[in-house]
Design a protein around this ligand. Sequence first.
Ligand SMILES: [Cu+2]
Length: 167
Amino acid sequence: MLGFDKIVRLNGVLALAAMVAAGAVGCGGGGAESDGAEPSTGMAETPAAVPRVFFVAPRNETDHATEIPLGFTFGTENFEISPVPGEASSPRAGMGHYHLGVNAECLPAGEIIPAADPWVHFGDGSDGMEMTLEGGEYRFSVQIGDDEHRTIEGLCDTITVRMEDGI
Ligand SMILES: [Cu+2]
């Protein structure tokens, strides 16, 4: 009799544990099905597909001699850089060009990047330039704009660079 009671109680604990597990994963629906799924491969692919923009050069938090022009090179992942089309047309999805802001922070998503200081447009699809700068600390932002020069969520990067005489 004691043995039987033990089994019943054990079954009761197991049933409770199963219900808790189903409740934890079941909020998205289909808890029983997701138990067999392998979410790790899907999660590994998602971050790689996120578009981003960054400075290849100069590096963040570095010192550079004022006597030498500072070279900028921009890079992207999962995003296509393309010259602005000559014919006016609606902006092409997933394409755009670089903009460099000198002592400028990232603009909010959805804003038109001004065709004026402190922003330089790379509407020809190029990915860098050289700049001669006086001594001091600078903040540079590289920001993607679409064919209408409109900023896109998440596509901006900012670095700090120090220009110094005689280093
Ligand atoms: Cu532009």
